[in-house]
Each structure stands twice: as C-alpha cells, then as structure tokens.
Unconditional design. Structure first.
Length: 400
C-alpha cells in the first residue's frame, strides 16, 4: 500500500484565528549579540530574591516535601490564598481566590467562561497583547474603546457597551502605555459599568510598582460583585514561578474553577508553597520597595536621556513620550508620516531595540507608536541605548 502524502490532521476552525505574537516575531531581529534592548517586558533579574527562595526550597522540602510534590487542590494552596486575601485593599474571603499558572492563565480562563463565539468584548486602545491572544481562540468580536491620557473615554464606552460580554482594563501603569486611571476616572468608570450592567475584568500585574504615590484603590474594590480581578507574583517575586491569582464573585467562581480543572488540574503545589513561605513575616513589604527604587532610577535615567538626545519641539517634528508614575514602560510616538515598524531596523542597526506599538491595538493600530521598557537594562545601557536611538531616529527622519 502506497503511503498518502496528504496530512491526516484537520485543525479546528478556531486555530485560524490563533496567530503568533506579532511582537515576538518582530523581536527576532533584535536577538543579535550586543543589542541594547528596550523591547522586552521582562522584570529585572536583579529583583529576584534568590537567597530567600533557596532557603524556602529547603524548608518546604524538609517540612512538607511529600505534600508539596503531590497533586493538590485546584483552588490553590489554602495558606497562600489566605495571604493573597489579606494583602488586597478591600475585604476578600479566601474562598474567592483561585490560584492560577500565571495571570496569563487567568485571562485564558476568563475567555473560556465568559466569551462567546461572535460575542462582543471590549478592550482599551491600546491594550495588553497577551489578553487579546487569550481571548481570540474563543472567537469573540474584540472591539477597542477609545482612550486618552487619563484612560477610558466613557462616552465611547457607553456607545459600545450594549451586548458586550465584558470590558478588559489595566488601570495601573498599563502595558503598553504606562498610564494610570485617576481616582475620578475610576469612580466614573465604576459607576458607568454598574449602570450598564457591564462586567469588568481588571488586570493588575503592575500595581505594586509605583514610584512616588500608590495608585488609587482597584476598580474591583468599588464594585466587587461586578468585577473579576487578576493579580500576579511575576513582577514582585519571579516570573519563572508562573504564579498568579483570580478574585471572582460567586456568580463566576465555580465555572472558572471548572475551567481551571480542565486546563491543568492545579497550579504546581511546590511553587505555591515556596511563595507562601517566602511571603511569611511581611517579606513583600520589605522587598517591593527595593524594586520600586531600582525601576524609578532607571525610568529617570531614560527620561533624562530622551530629553537630552531628542529635545521636544513641535509634536510633528520629533519623538514625543509620556512620564509613567510606575510600572515598566514609556510610551512614545513618532512624527506624522513615520512608522515604528519601518524605524525598528534603523534602530537595530545602531544597536538598540524597542517594540512597535501597533500590535497592541485590537483594531486600527497607531503605526507611529512604540514602547520602551526601562527595567532590564542598566543605567549605563539606558544612556547608551537612547543615544543610539536618537542617532537612528535622526537618520530615519532624514530619509522619511
């Protein structure tokens, strides 16, 4: 019998909408040795508490090794859920906490439970690309809501809210823009979605990374029955542990739990015990300020270098950027007629990389935008990288 050359595999229709990360594809050209990267959204390895995890590993294995290496409850390790509930700035019962394999899994579970084929979901413009990638396999219609420097445009939200399944928002030091919703905007947004009957998915991976003043209370604190809240340990401890959590009202929690059980049974119990051990005795209260101090110094270095190398003139004649009050990112915009994707090879040729901003939009991406991450390179690398970026910009502008 002659073997057939025809593949027997028939992929599901939903895979048509599964695409590789546009950002990761673009970043392949930045992997050349010697590149100073402002591209990645990675926490600085300098912030990882290696010694504390070394001690916690030994203690967990010595005192609780068999349980740590066994299957575990899908809801998560009870002491860790209690610790999470105690750290949140509004009353939360541990029974509302679902430990996830990174907050990215939380987005996937939300999509599986709440999104419908052809149903409308709303996101900010721009928004976190990983959220759109998590939502897309459920085949919804993803619609952007207009944003300004203060966040969500409430008039546009009201126009687009009818029949929407939920609105996904990052109110604190957003990825990619670094912007933060003010208290007034949060209050108005919370009141509006409550009136509209529109559920909120609040994603807060960066909220602890403030530089001078803490951000206002989470949106979920204003309307806990109308929100699902996602948190992460990746930015305050270590991303390699893949630990996050969901806070959900009873109307949603059981189905999120069932989706979690179907996905992976449970998040690794050993990792959960490690974090619970490290967090004991208020470690995060001592550790997170050191992260804030490091990131603030690096933000300041990038802002100073940008102002020195690319002094602001007319908005249509030079690069412009914002000043985030926390988080990991600066959002910049090229002059009219320029394109960040076209600019990127010029920057790489000078030894520096960034992420073009258009892929962060669910629709109608702004080709002039770009994201600069300041947390991984050193201060010296930031100064050298911005000098290279300015040289590339001037060469690109001369030929644009």
């Amino acid at each position: 019998m002659t073997p057939s050359n025809t593949s027997p595999w028939k992929l599901a229709r939903r895979t048509i909408k599964m695409c590789p990360s546009a950002i990761r594809e673009l970043l392949k050209i930045t992997e050349r040795p010697g590149i100073i990267s402002f591209a990645g959204g990675l926490p600085s390895p300098k912030t990882f508490p290696v010694a504390e995890f070394d001690a916690a590993c030994a203690k967990v294995l010595r005192n609780d090794g068999h349980a740590a290496l066994q299957y575990a409850a899908s809801e998560g390790f009870a002491p860790l859920r209690e610790q999470v509930a105690a750290t949140l700035p509004w009353p939360v019962d541990p029974s509302q906490i679902l430990i996830t394999t990174g907050s990215q899994q939380g987005l996937d579970l939300v999509a599986k439970v709440l999104a419908e084929v052809g149903g409308k979901i709303l996101v900010e413009a721009p928004t976190y690309l990983g959220a759109v990638m998590a939502f897309t396999p459920m085949e919804p219609e993803v619609i952007s809501v207009v944003n300004d420097e203060g966040g969500t445009d409430l008039t546009d939200l009201a126009d687009k809210a009818p029949d929407a399944r939920f609105f996904y928002v990052q109110p604190n030091f957003q990825n990619p823009t670094g912007r933060t919703l003010s208290q007034a905007r949060r209050t108005a947004l919370s009141q509006q979605v409550a009136q509209l009957g529109l559920p909120l998915i609040e994603d807060n991976p960066y909220g602890d990374l403030w530089f001078d003043t803490p951000p206002p209370a989470p949106l979920t604190a204003l309307n806990p029955q109308g929100c699902v809240y996602l948190g992460s340990f990746s930015k305050v401890l270590a991303p390699g542990l893949r630990l996050g959590f969901i806070v959900a009202p009873q109307a949603v929690y059981p189905k999120l739990l069932q989706a979690k059980q179907a996905a992976d049974l449970h998040t690794p119990g050993f990792n959960q015990r490690l974090v619970a051990e490290v967090m004991k005795d208020g470690f995060l209260e001592r550790h997170v300020p050191t992260i804030r101090a490091l990131y603030k110094a690096q933000r300041d270095a990038m802002l100073e270098a940008l102002a020195r190398e690319l002094p602001t003139g007319a908005p249509d004649s030079t690069l412009t950027w914002n000043t985030p009050s926390g988080g990991m990112f600066i959002w910049a915009r090229l002059p009219v007629g320029m394109n960040a994707v076209d600019f990127l090879p010029h920057a790489v040729a000078q030894g520096v990389a960034f992420v073009p901003g258009a892929p962060f939009y669910a629709d109608h991406g702004d080709p002039r935008t770009l994201r600069l991450s300041f947390v991984t390179p050193s201060v010296d690398e930031i100064h050298r990288g911005v000098t290279a970026l300015a040289k590339a910009f001037k060469a690109y502008a001369a030929g644009a």
